[in-house]
Design a protein around this ligand. Structure first.
Ligand code: ADP
Ligand code: MG
Length: 246
């Protein structure tokens, strides 16, 4: 690991499901404290890309590196890699039989061997910061979708991951609940959390991302500052994609 290594890096990553080539050679670097937004049509491979970084899917070729270490090497154990990343999915995936506090302290206590008192103190602090004070003892089904997703974000953040991978974290929410979850991601950005985000919320990508990557048929066909991508896209595929959203 060197000071200049990106936190997350993909080099020539390819991935197919059977005959379907989903990622065709992805190069991407997420540097410390940066937020990168991945945009692209449904089916373009955004979720697959995040899953390959978290080693939930096995890549066919190329490398994924975390802090300069090749983690797609067969000698690397996936659980050890996952402990260095925090992933949040579209459908919150909280443990229904655990309270909010138990959901948030589980990984720090089990995987990171943090003492209960210490894990709970950090959990309470984070929950308060994300507007969830007083919810510690609630079960997920007593919470709104927006609250559940904020708990999922806090849970991902609790073990102090090197980066967060956020996959369409507002897509499963009722429209009136989207704002509070976007606000939580703004808070992450303000804290300098390194993030790779997939989203359909273009206004939000524009606001929060340091760099936007447009994925088309398994390739990043255009990348740049949000202002460039959203006001003056150069590639015809990007232009078509953004025009359809208007
Ligand atoms: P996005 O997140 O951009 O909508 P995905 O990464 O979910 O795209 O999917 C990319 C393509 O891969 C889609 O055509 C999808 O149907 C296919 N796909 C995703 N996961 C699997 C899987 N486990 N098995 C087979 N095909 C899959
Ligand atoms: Mg997806």
């Amino acid at each position: 690991m060197s000071a200049s290594s990106p936190v997350v890096e993909l080099r020539g990553v390819t991935k197919a499901y059977g005959e379907l080539q989903v990622l065709r050679g992805i190069d991407l670097a997420v540097h410390e404290h940066k937020a990168i937004a991945l945009i692209g049509a449904s089916g373009s491979g955004k979720s697959t890309l995040l899953r390959c970084i978290d080693l939930l899917d096995e890549i066919d070729d190329g490398d994924v590196l975390i802090d300069g270490e090749v983690v797609t090497d067969p000698s690397v154990r996936p659980p050890a890699v996952r402990r260095r990343l925090g992933m949040v999915f579209q459908a919150f995936n909280l443990f229904p039989h655990l309270t909010v506090l138990e959901n948030v302290t589980l990984a720090p206590r089990r995987a990171h061997k943090v003492r209960r008192a210490e894990a709970e103190e950090r959990a309470r602090e984070l929950l308060a910061r994300f507007g969830l004070a007083g919810r510690e003892d609630s079960y997920p089904d007593r919470l709104s979708g927006g609250q559940q997703q904020r708990v999922a974000i806090v849970r991902a953040l609790a073990p102090n991951p090197r980066a967060l991978l956020l996959d369409e974290v507002t897509s499963a929410l009722d429209p009136e609940l989207v704002g509070e979850v976007l606000e939580a991601v703004r808070e992450l950005k303000a804290e300098g959390i390194t993030m790779l985000i997939t989203t359909h919320e273009m206004g939000f990508a524009r606001e929060v991302a340091d760099e936007v990557c447009f994925l088309h048929e398994g390739l990043i066909v255009e990348r740049g500052a949000p202002e460039e991508i959203f006001t003056a896209p150069r590639q015809p595929e990007t232009q078509r994609f953004l025009r359809r959203l208007l």
